[in-house]
Design a protein. Structure first.
Lengths: 92, 331
């Protein structure tokens, strides 16, 4: 994860959307206060109007990665564990 | 394609949860009929909303919708339910189904602009992983306000529309983790039961119980003890916990009457084969937690899977050796 301070307009969105307090509001720009807590959810990047943040977002789920490695295909939550959109219910 | 959409349908909802709602939550927690805990996407009303009333957005998963409405007691407002295929807000945001496009479309097809006089929707903060507030504004002129992470903080938040640090942080409390245990148990149950039965007939009760203990260690004890086990990586935590769970089995084998060396080998077998099982289940719990990153988990997989596999295989070789020795009446 990378923060490019020069691009920041100090809009405050990153510190608002981050669930782990990685960013804080600063005087002139956002401050990267707790980089190690980043879980790469991508909320800050998606809500940064000047793209001052670089993060390769994804889900930190070993089950999805192991499933993708064994069966091929992309890492997804639809790999048969609890998070999948497995069956589509009929109209009730 | 210039047809104007007037208000389609506003379904009245209640903020009081019924027994049926709570029973549905219970079933969802056990993973029963995973895809059936859905709410019809669309526009709902709570109380007697006016055109000035706020609009809250949520996912079409019953647990999400119910968490929102049950925390808006006594409020007059609208609830806009997005179609996330019955997945909760945060996971759906990660997949992009709780996303900017779906939000824009749902605003359009429900005719929300003809229902309220303002142009603002209040989203749960965790929806930000899928929604781009400035893009929505650009695309259709609607404003996004990110409320707190948890719906339970909404009444306090709505007094000032400012979230405290605590409201902005995602937690993973003991109760949060306990609620995940049933799904973990259900997903591991079949393979555990088969292994336990096979081992019961091949090796006896102790081996059968060892499988059950290792799996329960990873699916029940691990979620509960997660923050209390030292070291950071889930697999390392799992190995420590698995070793503790294996100790009584090793002790039992070591002190059993009989020849010393087969008993010592069997004790060693338990110490080698059980911890990797618990650790593997612990590693798979990363996706259920609220703080692991993809980069971190990938590193963990590369670092821990090989030694875990080696330990497990070595343990199995010991047990297989003892099994064959017993068949051949060497011991």
């Amino acid at each position: 994860m990378k923060f490019i301070e020069e691009e920041c307009t100090n809009c405050g969105m990153c510190s608002k959307v981050c669930p782990h307090g990685v960013f804080a509001r600063g005087e002139k720009a956002a401050v990267l206060v707790n980089k190690d807590a980043c879980m790469e959810c991508g909320a800050c990047l998606l809500n940064c109007p000047t793209v001052a943040i670089e993060v390769e977002s994804g889900v930190g789920c070993a089950a999805a990665m192991i499933h993708a490695a064994l069966r091929g295909g992309p890492e997804s939550c639809d790999g048969g564990c609890g998070c999948g959109e497995t069956e589509v219910p009929n109209a009730r | 394609m210039t047809e104007t959409i007037t208000v389609t349908k506003i379904t009245p909802a209640a903020s009081l949860l019924t027994f049926n709602d709570r029973f549905d939550h219970f079933l969802a927690r056990w993973g029963y009929r995973r895809a059936y805990h859905r709410v019809e996407p669309g526009l709902y009303s709570l109380g007697k909303p006016t055109p000035e009333s706020p609009v809250f957005v949520t996912a079409n998963y019953t647990l999400s919708f119910d968490a929102l409405r049950s925390n808006l007691k006594g409020m007059d407002c609208y609830i806009l339910v997005l179609d996330t295929n019955g997945i909760n807000v945060w996971c759906a945001a990660g997949k992009g189904t709780f996303g900017t496009e779906e939000l824009m479309n749902r605003i359009k097809v429900t005719g929300l602009e003809n229902v309220v006089s303002h142009r603002k929707v209040i989203l749960p903060q965790l929806g930000a992983a899928g929604v781009s507030a400035f893009s929505l504004k650009e695309w259709c002129g609607w404003n996004v306000e990110y409320g707190p992470v948890r719906a339970v903080d909404l009444p306090e938040y709505l007094k000032t529309h400012k979230a405290t640090q605590d409201m902005r942080h995602v937690h993973f409390t003991l109760w949060d983790r306990i609620q995940l245990i049933p799904v973990e148990l259900v997903s591991a149950f079949l393979i555990m039961a088969v292994a336990a039965v096979v081992l019961f007939f091949a090796m006896g009760l102790t081996a059968s119980l060892a499988v059950i203990a290792a799996v329960l260690g990873g699916t029940v004890l691990f979620p509960m003890l997660l923050p209390y086990i030292p070291v950071r990586d889930f697999s390392a935590k799992g190995l420590i916990l698995g070793l503790i769970v294996a100790l009584p089995f090793a002790y039992f084998m070591f002190t059993k009457t009989g020849d010393l060396w087969p008993n010592t080998l069997a004790a060693l077998g338990y110490l080698l084969a059980m911890p990797p099982v618990t650790a593997y289940l612990a590693l798979n719990f990363t996706g259920c937690s609220t703080f692991t990153s993809r980069t971190g988990v990938r590193k963990e997989i590369y670092r821990y899977i090989p030694p875990m596999a080696a330990m497990f295989v070595l343990g199995i070789i010991i047990f297989a050796g003892l099994f064959i020795a017993r068949l051949m009446k060497v011991i």
